[in-house]
Design a protein around this ligand. Structure first.
Ligand SMILES: *Cc1c(COP(=O)(O)O)cnc(C)c1O
Length: 377
């Protein structure tokens, strides 16, 4: 694969710099992914979902990068995430809080110009009261539940909501939105069901434009785009559609340092609980990352890391701070103290690692933790 982040050879960086792991985040790739998504949804616009610290990769840096790329709509999950990125964005950028308002956030949200996604009557009333207290109209987005039963106004409240909005002078609705539950599976019938429901809602609330697609939705077709799409994972190089070629450019590379190597005889027990016992004489290396660094215990005796394209299986249980790998297939002496092995990179995509761990790219990324040295390119 021809990607700048991967061309920079592992051996060029050893742990001479002292870190036990290097998490490289390619801001250029994020920008190009944003441009690709923008082109895919044009003439609609692409927002950026930067919740959970931009899926663990650093929201302030990434939001600033996306702003420079032309993005003007940023979605976070929690109010505190909005206040964190606000100073890094210009005034024309709008920040939306997907979880909406929680009591206590109304006043600071109004003061900071942060826009809640109102998911319920309670939140609508809270925001209306805030607007009256501030004696001005306050902006908001309305979210509808189109079949996920998670957040948003349920179908049975729509009539009452429409009636309330006719009389409501307090709130300026910028657009309406809903969230797709199965957009990563283009064959799922739920996509069409949710689209039909969204169309009914748009007819019932004809004054407002629609914001609909997440990353997967971007690739389901233009009828899913509305006027604004909300991709998250695709910006960060994750595959928007299961089982299809990933159209996004990889963003993350993770290399971890070897901290010890050894040769053990047949019958040696490896790691906690001795879940792995060597069958023959085996060369092992212990690397400096574990479940506290987002490499979950479910990778025990399952996953692998790579060196120069060679697969090195994880043997025994993943520890908190280290993992033991079988390096017998490499020529003796190839790896030594300070060598770096690839955990995520050209040989092992985020999706491959997530699959071995029994999870999804989203959870892998948001778990990576803060003990790696982060390098932004
Ligand atoms: C997280 C989230 C997104 C982004 O989803 P991706 O699958 O990462 O593109 C969009 N909208 C809502 C409401 C979300 O919670």
């Amino acid at each position: 694969m021809d990607n700048a982040i991967w061309n920079n050879r592992i051996r060029e960086r050893t742990s001479d710099e002292g870190a036990s792991g290097y998490l490289t985040i390619d801001l250029g790739a994020i920008r190009r992914n944003y441009e690709r998504l923008s082109a895919a949804v044009s003439p609609a616009k692409a927002a950026a979902v930067v919740k959970a610290d931009s899926y663990g990769l650093g929201a302030t840096k990434i939001a600033a990068t996306l702003l420079a790329a032309g993005c003007r709509h940023f979605f976070v999950a929690h109010f505190c995430e909005a206040t964190e990125i606000r100073p890094h964005l210009s005034g024309e950028a709008r920040i939306f809080v997907l979880n909406g308002l929680q009591p206590g956030n109304e006043t600071p949200a109004a003061e900071a110009g942060i826009i809640p996604v109102l998911n319920s009557m309670e939140q609508l009333h809270l925001w209306s009261a805030t607007a009256r207290a501030f004696d001005r109209r306050l902006p908001a987005v309305l979210q509808f539940d189109t079949g996920m039963s998670r957040l948003g106004f349920p179908p049975e409240e729509r009539a009452v909501l429409a009636e309330e909005l006719r009389n409501n002078q307090d709130i300026e609705i910028l657009f309406i939105m809903s969230h797709l539950a199965s957009a990563d599976d283009a064959d799922s019938q739920q996509n069409g069901d949710q689209l039909s429901e969204m169309r009914r809602i748009a007819e019932e609330f004809p004054a407002f434009e629609v914001c609909f697609a997440n990353s997967g939705g971007v690739f389901l077709g233009s009828e899913y785009h509305g006027v604004l799409a909300r991709p998250g994972i695709a910006l960060y190089g994750g595959a928007p559609n299961n089982g299809e070629t990933n159209p996004m450019e990889p963003v993350v590379r993770l290399d971890v340092a070897v901290i010890q190597t050894r040769t053990v005889p047949a019958g040696a027990r490896v790691g906690y609980g001795a879940t792995y016992v060597t069958k023959t004489e085996t060369r092992l290396a212990t690397i400096a990352a574990g479940y506290a660094d987002g490499l979950p215990r479910s990778l025990s005796d399952r996953g692998a890391v790579y060196f120069n394209g060679v697969r090195l299986p994880i043997v025994g249980r993943v520890s908190m701070d280290s993992i033991t790998i079988d390096i017998s297939t490499l020529p003796a002496g190839t790896l030594s103290l300070g060598s770096l092995v690839e955990v995520i990179g050209p040989n092992q995509t985020l999706e491959m690692l997530a699959a071995d761990a029994g999870t999804i790219s989203y959870e892998m990324l948001t778990s990576l933790g803060h003990r790696y040295r982060r390098q932004y390119r």
